[in-house]
Design a protein around this ligand. Structure first.
Ligand SMILES: Nc1nc2c(c(=O)[nH]1)N[C@H]1C(S)=C(S)[C@@H](COP(=O)(O)O)O[C@H]1N2
Ligand SMILES: [Mo]
Length: 269
């Protein structure tokens, strides 16, 4: 028998709601051309997996940005990326990108965390290591067209946000389902602010997203982002910020180094 009190909009299949809403907005902003371009999400995935096509000119870029929203609506941020046996991990992970790593690592490094209406937290690596350690072996992908199975270790970002009650507007433990209480984005930057990224909060709370301090069971080297970096397997390499200096939460899309240079902002897998 049907239970009327349970027939709210939240019980409609998620993709139907999201799809119609995104389509409505797309028709409004771009007309039927965009709609036609957006329908085959499989095609979007295919395009976004072709590294060269990331360097696109503005008009197509804009259509793809809208498609990224469609992709967001279609692909649950909680799906897990495939993981591998430890033997599959490369012994020597490739180093790529050193923006924000050129100045010497601050001697008294702290993770600075902005808290709404409060004094920023200044955390040590020991504070992060006090959280349960998790390891992940997965295929790290760079938009330049290379990928490697790599082995990372650290604390779950979601455990960290839970422990310090971050990412929520109420200042309570953030809950992925309580979207009204979550800030939309988390911003991260290097201590010198030269490299910076923005992450949608759903991806920040993803169970495979780590504040990583180990690679192959060893403390991170400086080129790989010592003392602490982001490992976010649902995103391409660009979002995996090395040498985290500061993090903050906001509803406005934080600036993002590679998005400013023409790449897709969400850049998910
Ligand atoms: N601070 C900082 N983080 C960064 C980058 C960078 O230039 N500076 N490059 C990004 C890119 S494009 C990739 S592919 C990965 C590479 O991480 P790795 O050097 O550990 O392989 O780091 C990401 N994080
Ligand atoms: Mo990259």
């Amino acid at each position: 028998m049907s239970q009327p009190e349970k027939l709210g909009e939240e019980n409609l299949p998620e993709s139907d709601v999201a799809e119609s809403e995104v389509r409505r907005r797309m028709i409004k902003s771009f007309g039927w051309f965009a709609l036609a371009a957006a329908v085959p999400v499989g095609v979007y995935k295919w395009i976004s997996n072709s590294p060269k096509l990331y360097a696109l000119r503005k008009p197509l870029r804009r259509v793809l940005d809208v498609n990224a929203q469609v992709a967001q609506a279609y692909f649950s941020p909680t799906h897990l990326v495939p993981t591998f046996e430890i033997e599959k991990a490369v012994k020597k992970a490739r180093v790529n990108g050193s923006v924000g790593l050129k100045s010497p690592l601050p001697e008294a490094w702290r993770l600075q965390v902005e808290v709404p209406q409060g004094v920023p937290l200044q955390l040590t690596l020991e504070d992060i290591k006090a959280l349960p350690k998790h390891e992940i072996i997965y295929e790290f992908k760079c938009i330049e067209g290379w990928s490697q199975v790599q082995h990372w270790g650290g604390a779950r970002l979601s455990d960290f946000l839970t422990q310090y009650k971050l990412g929520s507007k109420s200042g309570e433990v953030p809950h992925p389902d309580n979207t009204a209480d979550l800030f939309a984005y988390m911003g991260l930057e290097t201590p010198d602010k030269a490299y910076y990224v923005g992450i949608d909060v759903a991806s920040a709370l993803h169970p495979q997203t780590l504040l990583a301090y180990e690679l192959n069971g060893q403390p991170l080297s400086e080129p790989h982002g010592a003392p602490l970096r982001l490992i976010i397997p649902v995103k391409y390499g660009v979002k995996n910020l090395k040498r985290i200096g500061r993090i903050f939460f906001t509803d406005e899309r934080p600036r993002d180094y590679w998005a400013e240079r023409g790449y897709d902002y969400y850049i998910g897998l």
